[in-house]
Design a protein. Structure first.
Lengths: 302, 302
């Protein structure tokens, strides 16, 4: 997804929020704003928003010398989500369609995102999720919920590349990965290489027990989205060979929505610009198959 | 009021909205954004937000060569508000306290502001206002509604300097000015000198019939707030001599809240930063006496 002009005010908002979480005083905050302002002038709008995210969070890190300001937030989110794991598992046990429920839960977990909104109340969000009756929700009939296409693609592959988004959300990914594991799929779980916002790192994946069901690797980036031309060669080789890629979160959608690959995007729409880009409502739960001609990617099921 | 760091993302948002209303294409919009970005670096936060507003709307005018992009919006707002004038007058006739109701209506009219939100539905807002029962609203008991102080100040003065804000809203000002006129006060009604957003000009004041009750002058500025050091000498002389000044709108509040003068600020709080600055809720109706020591301004009633 290209960067829209309307993303620009939001870059400044995100910079301010990150600067404050990193402990910057007013003077440093203004310095950060000024650096972003200078960068905006040279930023090509053909780039995706996470590429500007790299600049924004890079400036905050450099100016505050705080290289992991969301560390505590990430730990809390992981622990809180883990404390709800038995209840979340029960929801899958009790549901009519285990895979569908696990998919929905994985998307709902995407609410634990500090990039768009710095004041997520994870506990409250968890309680809301626990109260939902997934059997009453006919999500698969909605516009951007390609469940049937996903099931067909899943049937035809042995392995899945799973691009993670946020800490805490990893617990919800685990539920879906456990379902894939029951279906004897091999899973590679991909996290960021270095801290950026509350995005998941290898330590978060391990804390949330992903290592029991998947092989964990890093994409090589510290950007709030998997920007392919910044990824490690090791990751790119795996990416290019993958038959089914799950891309979690809005940042990964923004970074990958123009890439020709067998991707399914799973995320909550948290920004009006993305909603407009997709043609859906703000807050919508998205399961979106990458729409590119099948002959180009060699996967018949898409 | 100084400019808060949180105002900066909003400057970019306002620039984009104004650029679009002025008919700028994507390329011009990016040029405008870039100019604002360069200006932000040099902008001292000790200045008030309307001073940056001067830059923002100046850049939009220069780049689009559209010197009155809100002209049509202003005309529509005036005409629509005028069409409700008989009903609004009836509300005052039927009310227990004519002055209080006229004050409240004048504040409610401040919703017709395209600076903060570009998609005001004036008709819908008018209908909401018409439906309100003013006799049921004990506004004067609220925190930032200095009605008693205002009545005392009004009693002790013969003349009022009334700083207008937006077109359309002028009709609501007229209701209050008619009440002042019934109390035999002399009124000077002050508008902007040149177009900025949908702020009222002399032609708007005349269209809305202010000239029947008040002397209309311009402040000399084309900024979205009465910034004293940019005002004409003629206006400043009148301002300095005034015993009671009514300042309508958030922009005028931002520009004048640190000035030592017998001002009453009347506005709807439309921005979370202003709400935080005052210590009130977003959307609140404000009647706020300038809080400066009486001996400094020589007006006992304050």
């Amino acid at each position: 997804m290209k960067t829209y002009l309307d993303c620009i005010p939001c870059f400044f908002k995100q910079a301010l929020e990150a600067a404050r979480i990193a402990g910057a005083d007013d003077f440093s905050q203004k310095k950060i704003i000024d650096e972003i302002a200078r960068a905006v002038v040279d930023f090509p709008l053909s780039s995706s928003p996470p590429e500007m995210g790299k600049v924004v969070y890079g400036v905050v890190k450099r100016e505050t010398q705080n290289y992991d300001p969301y560390k505590e937030i990430k730990e809390k989110s992981n622990n809180l989500a883990l404390s709800f794991l038995p209840e979340l598992k029960q929801k899958i046990e009790k549901s009519g369609d285990r895979l569908l429920t696990a998919l929905k839960l994985s998307i709902l977990g995407n609410i634990i995102d500090y990039g768009v909104k710095s004041n997520v109340n994870v506990e409250k969000e968890m309680e809301k999720i626990i109260k939902l009756d997934f059997n009453l929700d006919n999500r698969e009939e909605k516009d951007v919920f390609d469940y049937q296409i996903f099931k067909d693609a899943l049937r035809q592959t042995e392995s899945i590349l799973y691009l993670a988004d946020n800490a805490g959300e990893v617990v919800f990914d685990r539920l879906l990965i456990e379902e894939f594991s029951r279906l004897n799929k091999e899973i590679i779980y991909v996290v960021r290489d270095k801290p950026v916002i509350n995005d998941a790192l290898i330590e978060d994946a391990e804390t949330c027990g992903i290592d029991k069901y998947a092989h964990i690797i890093s994409s090589g980036v510290d950007t709030p989205g998997t920007i392919l031309n910044l990824c490690s060669e090791k990751f790119l080789k795996i990416f290019q060979k993958s038959e089914l890629i799950i891309s979690k979160g809005q940042g990964n959608f923004e970074a990958l929505s123009s890439e020709e690959a067998p991707i399914f995007f799973l995320f909550k729409v948290k920004c009006p610009i993305v909603a407009q880009h997709i043609g859906c409502k703000l807050g919508e739960m998205i399961l979106k198959a990458q729409q590119i001609p099948a002959e180009q990617i060699g996967v018949g099921s898409l």
